[in-house]
Design a protein around this ligand. Sequence first.
Ligand code: HEC
Length: 311
Amino acid sequence: MKTSTTVLITALGLAGALAASGANAAPNWAASPAKPVALFYPGQSSWEWALTTADHPGADKFKGGKNCFQCHDGDEKNMGALMASGKKNEPSPIPGKPGSLDAKVQFSHDADTLYVRLTFAEGAQPNAHQDPTYATKVTMILNGGGVPEANRAGCWGSCHDDSAGMASAGGSARTMYLGKTRAALSRSGGGDALKPAAALDQLKGSGYQLEYWQAHLNPGAAAVASNGVIFDKRTETKPTLVSAQASNAGGTWTVVLSRKLNAPGAIPLVAGRHYTVGFAIHSGHAAKRFHYVSFERSLVLDQGAADFVAK
Ligand code: HEC
Protein backbone atom coordinates (compact mmCIF):
# COMPACT_ATOMS: atom_id res chain seq x y z
CA MET A 1 0.00 0.00 0.00
CA LYS A 2 2.74 2.38 1.04
CA THR A 3 4.75 1.61 -2.10
CA SER A 4 1.87 2.22 -4.47
CA THR A 5 1.10 5.55 -2.77
CA THR A 6 4.72 6.60 -3.28
CA VAL A 7 4.60 5.52 -6.92
CA LEU A 8 1.38 7.45 -7.43
CA ILE A 9 2.80 10.59 -5.85
CA THR A 10 5.97 10.28 -7.94
CA ALA A 11 3.91 9.86 -11.11
CA LEU A 12 1.81 12.91 -10.26
CA GLY A 13 4.95 14.86 -9.51
CA LEU A 14 6.38 13.94 -12.89
CA ALA A 15 3.18 14.90 -14.70
CA GLY A 16 3.21 18.21 -12.86
CA ALA A 17 6.82 18.83 -13.86
CA LEU A 18 6.02 18.09 -17.52
CA ALA A 19 3.04 20.43 -17.47
CA ALA A 20 5.10 23.13 -15.79
CA SER A 21 7.82 22.90 -18.44
CA GLY A 22 5.27 23.80 -21.10
CA ALA A 23 4.91 20.44 -22.85
CA ASN A 24 2.55 20.47 -25.80
CA ALA A 25 -0.28 17.99 -26.15
CA ALA A 26 1.19 14.47 -26.28
CA PRO A 27 2.20 13.49 -29.80
CA ASN A 28 0.64 10.45 -31.42
CA TRP A 29 3.55 8.03 -30.95
CA ALA A 30 1.44 5.08 -32.06
CA ALA A 31 1.41 6.38 -35.67
CA SER A 32 5.19 6.18 -36.15
CA PRO A 33 6.89 2.98 -34.98
CA ALA A 34 10.03 3.00 -32.83
CA LYS A 35 13.11 1.67 -34.59
CA PRO A 36 16.39 0.37 -33.18
CA VAL A 37 19.42 2.64 -33.57
CA ALA A 38 22.79 1.30 -32.43
CA LEU A 39 25.22 3.87 -31.06
CA PHE A 40 28.91 3.10 -30.69
CA TYR A 41 32.05 4.59 -29.24
CA PRO A 42 34.03 6.23 -32.11
CA GLY A 43 37.22 7.38 -30.38
CA GLN A 44 39.22 9.64 -32.70
CA SER A 45 37.76 8.26 -35.96
CA SER A 46 37.35 11.61 -37.73
CA TRP A 47 36.03 12.59 -41.17
CA GLU A 48 39.63 12.87 -42.42
CA TRP A 49 40.51 9.46 -40.96
CA ALA A 50 37.48 7.90 -42.65
CA LEU A 51 38.47 9.39 -46.03
CA THR A 52 42.08 8.23 -45.90
CA THR A 53 42.68 4.93 -47.70
CA ALA A 54 45.73 4.04 -45.63
CA ASP A 55 43.70 4.38 -42.41
CA HIS A 56 40.22 3.15 -43.32
CA PRO A 57 39.44 0.19 -45.60
CA GLY A 58 36.09 1.82 -46.51
CA ALA A 59 37.60 5.12 -47.72
CA ASP A 60 37.71 4.39 -51.46
CA LYS A 61 34.24 2.87 -51.62
CA PHE A 62 32.85 5.79 -49.60
CA LYS A 63 34.38 8.18 -52.15
CA GLY A 64 32.87 5.98 -54.85
CA GLY A 65 29.37 6.54 -53.49
CA LYS A 66 28.69 4.00 -50.74
CA ASN A 67 27.46 5.60 -47.50
CA CYS A 68 28.75 4.76 -44.02
CA PHE A 69 25.58 3.06 -42.77
CA GLN A 70 25.25 0.99 -45.96
CA CYS A 71 28.54 -0.73 -45.11
CA HIS A 72 28.40 -0.69 -41.33
CA ASP A 73 24.78 -1.55 -40.47
CA GLY A 74 25.15 -4.21 -37.77
CA ASP A 75 28.88 -3.59 -37.11
CA GLU A 76 28.33 -0.98 -34.40
CA LYS A 77 28.72 -3.27 -31.39
CA ASN A 78 32.06 -4.71 -32.54
CA MET A 79 33.36 -1.33 -33.71
CA GLY A 80 32.49 0.29 -30.39
CA ALA A 81 34.08 -2.49 -28.34
CA LEU A 82 37.29 -2.20 -30.37
CA MET A 83 37.62 1.56 -29.94
CA ALA A 84 36.40 1.83 -26.32
CA SER A 85 39.04 -0.76 -25.39
CA GLY A 86 41.77 1.51 -26.76
CA LYS A 87 42.90 -1.02 -29.37
CA LYS A 88 42.01 1.34 -32.22
CA ASN A 89 41.69 5.14 -32.64
CA GLU A 90 41.57 5.85 -28.91
CA PRO A 91 44.79 6.76 -27.09
CA SER A 92 43.15 7.31 -23.68
CA PRO A 93 40.35 4.81 -23.14
CA ILE A 94 38.09 5.12 -20.08
CA PRO A 95 38.56 1.89 -18.11
CA GLY A 96 35.39 -0.19 -18.07
CA LYS A 97 33.56 1.97 -20.64
CA PRO A 98 30.96 -0.11 -22.54
CA GLY A 99 31.53 0.05 -26.31
CA SER A 100 27.99 0.59 -27.51
CA LEU A 101 24.47 1.39 -26.56
CA ASP A 102 21.16 0.37 -28.14
CA ALA A 103 18.48 3.02 -28.47
CA LYS A 104 14.95 2.93 -29.79
CA VAL A 105 14.05 6.05 -31.76
CA GLN A 106 10.67 7.38 -32.79
CA PHE A 107 9.57 10.55 -34.57
CA SER A 108 6.17 12.19 -34.53
CA HIS A 109 4.72 15.56 -35.43
CA ASP A 110 1.55 17.52 -34.97
CA ALA A 111 0.39 20.71 -36.67
CA ASP A 112 3.28 22.80 -35.44
CA THR A 113 5.94 20.65 -33.71
CA LEU A 114 8.33 17.78 -34.52
CA TYR A 115 9.13 15.38 -31.69
CA VAL A 116 11.82 12.74 -31.44
CA ARG A 117 11.83 10.20 -28.63
CA LEU A 118 14.85 8.11 -27.63
CA THR A 119 14.64 5.22 -25.20
CA PHE A 120 17.83 3.56 -23.98
CA ALA A 121 19.58 1.98 -21.00
CA GLU A 122 23.14 3.14 -20.39
CA GLY A 123 24.35 0.04 -18.56
CA ALA A 124 27.16 0.30 -16.02
CA GLN A 125 28.94 3.55 -16.90
CA PRO A 126 32.18 4.50 -15.19
CA ASN A 127 32.29 8.19 -14.16
CA ALA A 128 34.55 9.94 -16.67
CA HIS A 129 34.64 13.15 -14.55
CA GLN A 130 34.66 15.23 -17.76
CA ASP A 131 31.29 16.96 -17.36
CA PRO A 132 30.80 17.76 -13.67
CA THR A 133 27.25 19.07 -14.21
CA TYR A 134 25.42 16.45 -16.23
CA ALA A 135 25.56 12.65 -16.08
CA THR A 136 24.08 12.24 -19.57
CA LYS A 137 23.58 14.30 -22.72
CA VAL A 138 21.41 13.27 -25.66
CA THR A 139 21.94 15.01 -29.00
CA MET A 140 20.42 14.86 -32.45
CA ILE A 141 22.15 16.44 -35.44
CA LEU A 142 19.75 17.54 -38.16
CA ASN A 143 20.61 18.23 -41.78
CA GLY A 144 18.06 19.78 -44.10
CA GLY A 145 19.77 18.23 -47.13
CA GLY A 146 22.12 21.14 -47.79
CA VAL A 147 25.23 19.48 -46.35
CA PRO A 148 26.26 16.78 -48.86
CA GLU A 149 28.78 15.12 -46.54
CA ALA A 150 26.17 14.86 -43.77
CA ASN A 151 23.64 13.42 -46.24
CA ARG A 152 26.07 10.53 -46.65
CA ALA A 153 27.87 10.33 -43.33
CA GLY A 154 25.61 12.04 -40.75
CA CYS A 155 27.59 13.41 -37.80
CA TRP A 156 30.93 12.72 -39.50
CA GLY A 157 30.26 15.71 -41.75
CA SER A 158 31.11 17.88 -38.73
CA CYS A 159 33.71 15.70 -36.99
CA HIS A 160 37.22 16.81 -37.88
CA ASP A 161 40.68 15.60 -36.96
CA ASP A 162 41.68 18.95 -35.42
CA SER A 163 38.62 19.58 -33.25
CA ALA A 164 39.12 19.54 -29.46
CA GLY A 165 40.30 16.16 -28.23
CA MET A 166 40.88 14.75 -31.71
CA ALA A 167 44.18 13.39 -33.00
CA SER A 168 45.39 16.59 -34.72
CA ALA A 169 43.93 19.11 -32.24
CA GLY A 170 47.24 19.86 -30.53
CA GLY A 171 45.48 21.29 -27.49
CA SER A 172 43.07 23.47 -29.51
CA ALA A 173 39.53 24.03 -28.21
CA ARG A 174 38.18 24.13 -31.80
CA THR A 175 34.54 22.91 -31.89
CA MET A 176 32.78 20.90 -34.59
CA TYR A 177 32.66 22.64 -37.99
CA LEU A 178 31.81 21.97 -41.62
CA GLY A 179 34.67 21.34 -44.04
CA LYS A 180 33.66 23.72 -46.83
CA THR A 181 33.91 26.70 -44.49
CA ARG A 182 37.68 26.17 -44.49
CA ALA A 183 40.10 27.59 -47.06
CA ALA A 184 41.54 24.06 -47.38
CA LEU A 185 41.16 20.64 -45.77
CA SER A 186 44.05 18.26 -45.22
CA ARG A 187 44.47 14.92 -43.44
CA SER A 188 44.72 16.88 -40.19
CA GLY A 189 41.54 18.91 -40.81
CA GLY A 190 40.89 22.48 -41.86
CA GLY A 191 42.59 24.51 -39.14
CA ASP A 192 41.34 28.05 -38.56
CA ALA A 193 41.73 29.62 -42.03
CA LEU A 194 38.23 30.28 -43.38
CA LYS A 195 36.99 30.98 -46.90
CA PRO A 196 36.31 34.66 -47.69
CA ALA A 197 33.13 36.10 -46.14
CA ALA A 198 31.28 36.21 -49.48
CA ALA A 199 31.90 32.50 -50.03
CA LEU A 200 30.72 31.71 -46.52
CA ASP A 201 27.54 33.73 -47.07
CA GLN A 202 26.90 31.81 -50.26
CA LEU A 203 27.35 28.46 -48.49
CA LYS A 204 24.99 29.49 -45.73
CA GLY A 205 22.45 30.73 -48.24
CA SER A 206 22.48 27.35 -49.94
CA GLY A 207 21.54 25.61 -46.68
CA TYR A 208 25.05 24.43 -45.87
CA GLN A 209 24.52 24.28 -42.11
CA LEU A 210 23.64 21.67 -39.51
CA GLU A 211 21.45 22.02 -36.47
CA TYR A 212 21.78 20.21 -33.15
CA TRP A 213 19.15 19.54 -30.50
CA GLN A 214 20.36 18.55 -27.07
CA ALA A 215 19.01 17.41 -23.68
CA HIS A 216 21.23 17.68 -20.58
CA LEU A 217 20.22 15.09 -18.01
CA ASN A 218 20.55 13.98 -14.44
CA PRO A 219 18.32 11.24 -13.03
CA GLY A 220 15.46 12.70 -11.03
CA ALA A 221 15.92 16.23 -12.37
CA ALA A 222 14.12 18.09 -15.16
CA ALA A 223 15.89 17.92 -18.53
CA VAL A 224 17.67 21.07 -19.70
CA ALA A 225 17.37 21.76 -23.43
CA SER A 226 19.81 23.53 -25.71
CA ASN A 227 20.20 23.81 -29.46
CA GLY A 228 22.37 25.47 -32.02
CA VAL A 229 23.99 25.38 -35.43
CA ILE A 230 27.21 23.97 -36.84
CA PHE A 231 28.79 25.95 -39.65
CA ASP A 232 32.32 27.36 -39.25
CA LYS A 233 31.96 26.42 -35.58
CA ARG A 234 29.34 25.19 -33.17
CA THR A 235 27.19 28.08 -31.96
CA GLU A 236 24.45 27.79 -29.39
CA THR A 237 21.16 29.49 -30.30
CA LYS A 238 19.67 31.85 -27.74
CA PRO A 239 16.89 31.86 -26.82
CA THR A 240 16.62 28.06 -27.07
CA LEU A 241 14.21 26.79 -29.72
CA VAL A 242 14.14 23.18 -28.52
CA SER A 243 12.25 21.64 -25.62
CA ALA A 244 13.34 18.54 -23.73
CA GLN A 245 11.56 16.18 -21.39
CA ALA A 246 13.07 13.11 -19.81
CA SER A 247 12.41 10.41 -17.29
CA ASN A 248 14.57 7.63 -15.93
CA ALA A 249 12.90 4.45 -14.73
CA GLY A 250 15.18 1.72 -13.41
CA GLY A 251 18.12 2.98 -15.47
CA THR A 252 16.17 3.34 -18.73
CA TRP A 253 15.95 6.88 -20.08
CA THR A 254 13.04 8.14 -22.14
CA VAL A 255 13.98 11.46 -23.69
CA VAL A 256 11.81 13.64 -25.93
CA LEU A 257 13.29 16.53 -27.90
CA SER A 258 11.00 18.80 -29.88
CA ARG A 259 10.84 22.07 -31.73
CA LYS A 260 8.41 24.03 -33.82
CA LEU A 261 8.31 23.03 -37.49
CA ASN A 262 9.04 26.65 -38.34
CA ALA A 263 11.30 28.57 -36.00
CA PRO A 264 13.42 31.68 -36.65
CA GLY A 265 16.79 30.80 -38.17
CA ALA A 266 16.05 27.06 -38.01
CA ILE A 267 15.82 24.47 -40.79
CA PRO A 268 12.16 24.44 -41.94
CA LEU A 269 10.52 21.07 -41.25
CA VAL A 270 8.12 20.34 -44.09
CA ALA A 271 6.48 17.31 -45.69
CA GLY A 272 8.17 16.11 -48.86
CA ARG A 273 11.69 17.18 -47.94
CA HIS A 274 14.46 14.72 -47.04
CA TYR A 275 16.44 15.19 -43.85
CA THR A 276 19.39 13.32 -42.39
CA VAL A 277 19.78 12.82 -38.69
CA GLY A 278 22.46 11.36 -36.44
CA PHE A 279 22.35 10.69 -32.72
CA ALA A 280 24.91 11.03 -29.95
CA ILE A 281 24.72 10.08 -26.28
CA HIS A 282 27.29 11.14 -23.69
CA SER A 283 27.06 8.80 -20.69
CA GLY A 284 28.88 8.65 -17.37
CA HIS A 285 29.69 12.40 -17.13
CA ALA A 286 31.56 12.21 -20.45
CA ALA A 287 32.31 15.14 -22.79
CA LYS A 288 33.52 15.72 -26.34
CA ARG A 289 34.62 12.60 -28.27
CA PHE A 290 33.93 10.26 -25.33
CA HIS A 291 30.35 9.65 -26.52
CA TYR A 292 28.32 7.07 -28.41
CA VAL A 293 27.28 7.99 -31.95
CA SER A 294 25.03 6.54 -34.63
CA PHE A 295 25.56 6.34 -38.33
CA GLU A 296 23.29 8.50 -40.50
CA ARG A 297 19.54 7.94 -40.79
CA SER A 298 17.06 9.56 -43.15
CA LEU A 299 13.88 11.29 -42.07
CA VAL A 300 10.78 12.53 -43.86
CA LEU A 301 7.54 13.97 -42.60
CA ASP A 302 4.23 12.28 -43.48
CA GLN A 303 5.24 10.31 -46.54
CA GLY A 304 8.18 9.09 -48.58
CA ALA A 305 10.89 6.45 -48.30
CA ALA A 306 13.19 6.98 -45.33
CA ASP A 307 14.44 5.26 -42.20
CA PHE A 308 11.96 7.37 -40.23
CA VAL A 309 8.61 8.67 -41.43
CA ALA A 310 7.28 11.12 -38.84
CA LYS A 311 3.48 11.18 -38.73
C1 HEC B 1 32.78 -0.06 -48.41
C2 HEC B 1 32.39 -0.24 -47.08
C3 HEC B 1 32.66 0.86 -46.07
C4 HEC B 1 32.19 2.14 -46.07
C5 HEC B 1 31.34 2.81 -47.11
C6 HEC B 1 32.63 2.71 -44.84
N1 HEC B 1 33.39 1.83 -44.13
FE1 HEC B 1 34.18 2.09 -42.28
N2 HEC B 1 35.13 0.33 -42.40
C7 HEC B 1 35.01 -0.58 -43.43
C8 HEC B 1 35.87 -1.70 -43.18
C9 HEC B 1 36.04 -2.91 -44.08
C10 HEC B 1 36.50 -1.46 -41.93
C11 HEC B 1 37.53 -2.30 -41.21
C12 HEC B 1 36.88 -3.33 -40.37
C13 HEC B 1 37.84 -4.32 -39.87
O1 HEC B 1 39.06 -4.09 -39.97
O2 HEC B 1 37.38 -5.33 -39.35
C14 HEC B 1 36.01 -0.19 -41.46
C15 HEC B 1 36.35 0.40 -40.24
C16 HEC B 1 35.78 1.53 -39.73
C17 HEC B 1 36.01 2.07 -38.42
C18 HEC B 1 36.97 1.52 -37.37
C19 HEC B 1 36.35 0.44 -36.54
C20 HEC B 1 36.68 -0.92 -37.01
O3 HEC B 1 35.84 -1.80 -36.78
O4 HEC B 1 37.76 -1.16 -37.58
C21 HEC B 1 35.27 3.20 -38.32
C22 HEC B 1 35.15 4.11 -37.12
C23 HEC B 1 34.58 3.37 -39.56
N3 HEC B 1 34.89 2.34 -40.40
C24 HEC B 1 33.75 4.44 -39.84
C25 HEC B 1 33.21 4.69 -41.08
C26 HEC B 1 32.56 5.93 -41.45
C27 HEC B 1 32.36 7.10 -40.53
C28 HEC B 1 32.17 5.81 -42.74
C29 HEC B 1 31.53 6.84 -43.62
C30 HEC B 1 32.24 8.11 -43.74
C31 HEC B 1 32.56 4.49 -43.19
N4 HEC B 1 33.20 3.85 -42.16
C32 HEC B 1 32.31 4.01 -44.44
C33 HEC B 1 34.17 -0.45 -44.51
C34 HEC B 1 33.45 0.67 -44.86
